[in-house]
Design a protein around this ligand. Structure first.
Ligand code: DC
Length: 227
């Protein structure tokens, strides 16, 4: 544990399927830090909009859902359980359709703006590992550590395939590749907070590394640079 320094943020950004979710959970556990899965927040908001029958293209309507947005996470050893209005949304959250819907609500500047406070509130002692797309660029620009995880579309589709099959869901690799490429395109080209590494981020290509190797690399970098 690294508790002899003042609280700090470790930002882990990157595209879907780069492995940043599992990495963030492990790093948070090793450091004894809180965890922010910001993608899950966009996913829960998308699910709420779908439940309410709201048009995901309607920025005002989507943003208005944040006024009464009751979410929480129960972080365990290996996974974090997301709740919307006290209902466990684990099964719905990781579906491809939910990811697509999340990517649509995440395009709206007012939605992103209104979610800033909620995300920043996750930063409490002893520290936070924040996983997302714009953690190091927008939400926590002063993060002490910034990592940006890359992986090829092919590798990411394979990882997503395994994840979905393990969850008992059906999946097919060519469709997953097409979905991932399409979502990357949308996330990289939106006008607000496009997906890109912060200038001071350490870029890690995880295509040829497994989770343990990436986790070791990230933790070594943190430990070498904290007193
Ligand atoms: O990481 P994820 O697949 O759970 O993210 C779901 C969607 O949410 C993704 O398409 C982009 C969006 N997102 C975002 O715009 N900003 C974040 N910080 C996290 C996710």
């Amino acid at each position: 544990m690294t508790h002899n320094t003042s609280p700090y943020v470790v930002a882990i950004d990157g595209p879907s399927g780069s492995g940043k979710g599992s990495l963030a959970l492990r790093v948070a556990r090793e450091l004894g830090f809180h965890l922010l899965d910001s993608g899950a927040i966009y996913r829960l908001l998308a699910l709420k909009c779908l439940q309410q029958g709201i048009d995901l293209d309607d920025e005002d309507q989507v943003a208005s859902q944040i006024e009464d947005f009751k979410i929480r996470f129960e972080v365990g050893e290996e996974l974090s359980i997301p709740y919307l209005d006290d209902v466990d949304m684990t099964a719905e959250l990781r579906r491809e359709a939910t990811g697509d819907a999340a990517s649509q609500v995440a395009r709206h500047p007012r939605v992103r703006e209104r979610l800033l406070g909620l995300q920043r509130d996750f930063f409490r002692p002893p520290g936070l590992v924040a996983d997302g797309r714009d953690m190091g660029t927008v939400v926590f620009p002063d993060a002490k550590f910034k990592f940006f995880l890359h992986a090829s579309v092919e590798i990411r589709a394979q990882r997503r395939y395994k994840q979905l099959i393990n969850m008992g869901l059906s999946a097919n690799i060519p469709n997953l590749q097409a979905d991932i490429a399409e979502r990357d395109e949308r996330d990289q080209n939106r006008s607000v907070s496009p997906l890109r590494p912060a200038e001071d981020a350490l870029v890690v290509d995880s295509s040829l590394l497994d989770l343990a190797q990436v986790t070791n690399l990230v933790l070594s970098h943190i430990r070498e640079n904290t007193g």
